[in-house]
Design a protein around this ligand. Structure first.
Ligand SMILES: C[S@@+](CC[C@H](N)C(=O)[O-])C[C@H]1O[C@@H](n2cnc3c(N)ncnc32)[C@H](O)[C@@H]1O
Length: 290
């Protein structure tokens, strides 16, 4: 049975026999869906076989639904390594995070480390630590692929959220969740009829300069959005339930003409510096069913 609706963070249900508690993302993530969970959860199909999220990011919807069978992927290697370490080695990860602190000098030392010399647990620990302590939880790399977001200088960042990491680990270990570091186009090849595919790609910019669409080397261009709409149609023809989030722009609505398009209220930066925020129908939720 799939969980739908939101009643706070304490609901638990059975996944493969083990009791699993609803979790939340272990990273702050640009475009993360925690604010929109109310809207998303009521739009999830009643029944489906496998939950597939090819642009998983922080995985807000998956951690809300806790599907028993899932396939998730992302192009960001450090993010996917962190999911795998939480599943395979959470105790060591917790011990490593417990040794980190929120001092500026420590942050820059950690940021400067060469990840190719680190093991998987050290890399996951560094990734989560930098996400919690850097400016705005952004993930940005320079042309050499090095993380380059500055220190956030927050009062009390939750560097180690032990309970949530343990909950996530319990969920990933008691359910059939396949986790891949790969392009979304590889992941959608695994979809079968009656699966539910939630596509949450980097958003089409509302204005030429307003949106953050860079999560690792490479951008998501207009051509990528066009290709994605073709993938959406192919999944529709395969008999999947397909749901997609994106910006509320004419370009996007044109690409998905003929599908069920809902305009969604969301918060957005409303000036070009991003320091003023407003609420409006800035997003769309597109489904291939009513
Ligand atoms: C809008 S975010 C997803 C947010 C997520 N739903 C959440 O709740 O945090 C888009 C994600 O797509 C990933 N991404 C970008 N291009 C990709 C590609 N070609 N294939 C797979 N993932 C990609 C980014 O790394 C990012 O994590």
């Amino acid at each position: 049975m799939q969980a739908r609706g939101l009643e706070g963070g304490t609901m638990s249900h059975q996944a493969s026999g083990a009791k699993v508690t609803r979790s939340r993302p272990f990273v702050k993530w640009a475009g993360g869906k925690r604010q929109l969970l109310n809207v998303l959860a009521v739009n999830v199909p009643e029944k489906y076989d496998t939950y597939i999220e090819p642009f998983v990011g922080g995985g807000a919807l998956m951690f809300e639904l806790l599907p028993k069978q899932a396939i998730i992927s992302d192009i960001n290697a450090e993010l996917i390594n962190a999911y795998l370490v939480i599943r395979n080695n959470v105790d060591k990860l917790i011990r490593s995070l417990a040794r980190k602190n929120n001092k500026e000098v420590f942050f820059y030392k950690e940021r400067a480390k060469d990840t190719s010399l680190m093991d998987k647990v050290q890399r996951a620990s560094r990734f989560i630590y930098l996400n919690k302590t850097c400016y705005n939880g952004l993930y940005r790399e320079n042309s050499r692929g090095e993380f380059n977001v500055p220190f956030g200088d927050y009062q009390n960042p939750a560097i180690l959220d032990r309970e949530n990491l343990l909950n996530i680990s319990a969920y990933l270990n008691s359910s059939d969740v396949r986790i891949y570091h790969q392009d979304y186009k590889q992941t959608v090849l695994l979809a079968k009829s009656n699966d539910f595919v939630y596509l949450d790609p980097p958003y089409h910019p509302l204005t030429a300069t307003s949106s953050f669409t860079k999560y690792s080397k490479g951008d998501f261009s207009d051509n990528d959005q066009i290709e994605l709409s073709e993938v959406f149609t192919a999944l529709n023809e395969k008999g999947c339930h397909v749901m997609l989030s994106n910006s509320n722009t004419e370009f996007i609505k044109d690409l998905y003409r003929g599908y069920n398009i809902q305009e969604i209220e969301a918060n957005r930066a409303i000036n070009c510096k991003g320091d003023k925020r407003g609420r409006g129908l800035f997003e769309v939720l597109i489904k291939n069913w009513s």
